[in-house]
Design a protein around this ligand. Structure first.
Ligand code: AMP
Ligand code: GLY
Length: 426
C-alpha cells in the first residue's frame, strides 16, 4: 500500500520510521517531510493547506491512505476532503477535531456527559471574565479558546497574573484564538498523557507518556511544545489506565456519537492524576510531539495495520503490543527557543549518536544542505533511547546528546527526573 504522511517534525520522523517497518507498506511519501524522514520516505513539496492539491497528488501516485501528523490540517478539514474524494485517512473529521480546536467545545462535552474535568466558565468579553475571576479567585487557569501553539494557557497563582492573561487574550495576543476565553479551576496532582486509538465506536488504549513542557531544568521558565518525554508514565498503572478508559475516553466516544460527529483517530488526553483519580485537562486529536517518539519506540506491532483499522472501523479486532522497556527522548533545541532562534547552524555527530546502544535520533527542525545537516527551527533533534529502566534509557539518551556537536543548541539535563526519583525510591 502507498501511504502519504503529512508533517515535518520529530513526531512525523518517528511515524515514518514505524510505518516503514510495516510489511503492508509499498511506498511512503511525506509532505513536506525532513532529512530524517527522507531516509525512509520520498519527500514531496506539497502545499498541505491546498486540499485539492493533496487529493490530486494521491490520485496521481496511487496513494490509498493518508496519515495526518499535526493538528492544523485536521482542524482545517483535510480528512473530510480526502474522504469526499474516496481516500482513507488517519485522523478526525473537522467537526470531531473541535475536541482540540476549541477548549470550550471540550469543556461543554465534559459537562454534558459527566466527564471529570476542572470547573470552568466560558467568556467572550473582558468584563464578564473579570467578574468571574473576582468570584472564584486564584490560583486559577486562563486559556485562549482556540489553537495557540501551546502558548495560550496561563496557570495563574495570583489574581494579578490572571488579569494580565485575560488582558493578553482579549488584547489580541493570540489572534482569533483568544477572542473567547476559558477560565478553569486549578487542578493539583501529577500530569500524564494518555493515548487511545478510536475508530468511531471502539477505543483501544495505546500508551502513556510524560512530557516536560517548561524550557528549563527543574520545570522552570516558559512553556514550550515539549522539551523531552518518556513512556510509560509510571503514574499510569494498568488500573489507572483502565479508569481513564472507563471514566474519560469511552464516555467521550459515546458523547461524540451522540453529538453526531463520531471520533476517529487518536485521543491524546492530557490528564491530571489527583487524589480523587484522573481528570481531563485537555484533548488533542493527534499524536503528541515528542510523546510519539517514545511511544513508538516501544510498539512491537505493525503501526500501519493499527492506523488502517482505526480509519476502517475494525479496531475491535486489534490489540496493541508494547515493550515493557522505557523509552526516553531529549529534545535538542536552538539557543533562544521558545523565543526567536537563528537558523542555519551546522549539526555534527548524529551518526555517532545513533551508533550508541539503543539510541535513535529523530529529526524535528533540520534541513539538508549537500551532505551537511543544518538547524532549521526551534526544536531541532530528538535524541531517543530505550532501556530496561528509566535510569538506563536516560543515561543512554544523554550519551547520545554528548555525541552531538552543535554549539548553537541546548537541551534540558533532567528529562525523566520524576520517574528516575521514583525508581531510586523503589
Ligand atoms: P494545556 O495547553 O491545556 O495542556 O495546558 C498547558 C499546561 O497548563 C498543562 O500541561 C498543565 O501543566 C497546565 N494546566 C492546564 N490546565 C490546568 C489546570 N486546570 N490546573 C492545573 N494546571 C493546568
Ligand atoms: N507535547 C505536547 C503536544 O504534542 O501537544
Amino acid at each position: 500500500m502507498k501511504v502519504l504522511l503529512i508533517g515535518s517534525g520529530g513526531r512525523e520522523d518517528a511515524l515514518a520510521h514505524a510505518l516503514a517497518r510495516s510489511p503492508r507498506l509499498t511506498q511512503l511519501f511525506a509532505a513536506p517531510g525532513n532529512p530524517g524522514i527522507a531516509k525512509v520516505a520520498t519527500c514531496v513539496a506539497l502545499d498541505v493547506a491546498d486540499h485539492a492539491a493533496v487529493v490530486a497528488f494521491c490520485r496521481l501516485m496511487g496513494v490509498e491512505f493518508v496519515v495526518v501528523g499535526p493538528e492544523g490540517p485536521l482542524v482545517a478539514g483535510i480528512v473530510d476532503d480526502l474522504a469526499a474524494a474516496g481516500i482513507a485517512a488517519f485522523g478526525p473529521s473537522k467537526l470531531a477535531a473541535r475536541l482540540e480546536g476549541s477548549k470550550g467545545f471540550t469543556k461543554d462535552i465534559c459537562a454534558k456527559y459527566d466527564i471529570p474535568t476542572a470547573a470552568y466558565g466560558r467568556f467572550g468579553d473582558l468584563a464578564s471574565a473579570r467578574a468571574y475571576l473576582g468570584r472564584v479567585g486564584a490560583p486559577i487557569v486562563v486559556k485562549a479558546d482556540g489553537l495557540a501553539a501551546g502558548k495560550g494557557v496561563t496557570v495563574a497563582m495570583t489574581l494579578e497574573e490572571a488579569e494580565a492573561a485575560l488582558a493578553d487574550c482579549f488584547g489580541g495576543a493570540f489572534g482569533t484564538a483568544g477572542a473567547e476565553v476559558v477560565i478553569e479551576a486549578f487542578l493539583d496532582g501529577e500530569e500524564a498523557s494518555f493515548f487511545a486509538l478510536c475508530d468511531g465506536e471502539t477505543a483501544l488504549a495505546f500508551a502513556s507518556a510524560q512530557d516536560h513542557k517548561r524550557v528549563g531544568d527543574g520545570d522552570t521558565g516558559p512553556n514550550t511544545g515539549g522539551m523531552g518525554a518518556y513512556s510509560p508514565a509510571p503514574v499510569m498503572t494498568p488500573e489507572m489506565s483502565e479508569r481513564v478508559m472507563a471514566e474519560i475516553v469511552r464516555p467521550t466516544v459515546q458523547a461524540m456519537i451522540a453529538e453526531g460527529c463520531p471520533f476517529t483517530g487518536v485521543f491524546f488526553a492530557g490528564l491530571m492524576i489527583g487524589a480523587d483519580g484522573p481528570q481531563l485537562i485537555e484533548y488533542n486529536t493527534r499524536f503528541g510531539d515528542p510523546e510519539t517518539q517514545v511511544m513508538l519506540e516501544r510498539l512491537d506491532g505493525d503501526l500501519l495495520d493499527l492506523l488502517l483499522a482505526t480509519a476502517r472501523g475494525t479496531l475491535a479486532e486489534k490489540t496493541v503490543r508494547l515493550s515493557p522497556d522505557t523509552a526516553l527522548t531529549v529534545v535538542m533545541a536552538a539557543n533562544g527557543y521558545p523565543g526567536s532562534v537563528e537558523k542555519g547552524s551546522e549539526i555534527r555527530g548524529i551518526e555517532k549518536a545513533e551508533a550508541l546502544p539503543g539510541v535513535t535520533v529523530f529529526h524535528a527542525g533540520t534541513r539538508a544542505d549537500g551532505g551537511r545537516i543544518l538547524a532549521n527551527g526551534g526544536r531541532v533533534l530528538n535524541v531517543t533511547a530505550r532501556g530496561a529502566s528509566v535510569s538506563e534509557a536516560q543515561a543512554r539518551a544523554y550519551a547520545g546528546v554528548a555525541a552531538i556537536d552543535w554549539p548553537q543548541g541546548f537541551c534540558r539535563r533532567d528529562i525523566g527526573w520524576r520517574a528516575v526519583a521514583r525508581e531510586k525510591d523503589a
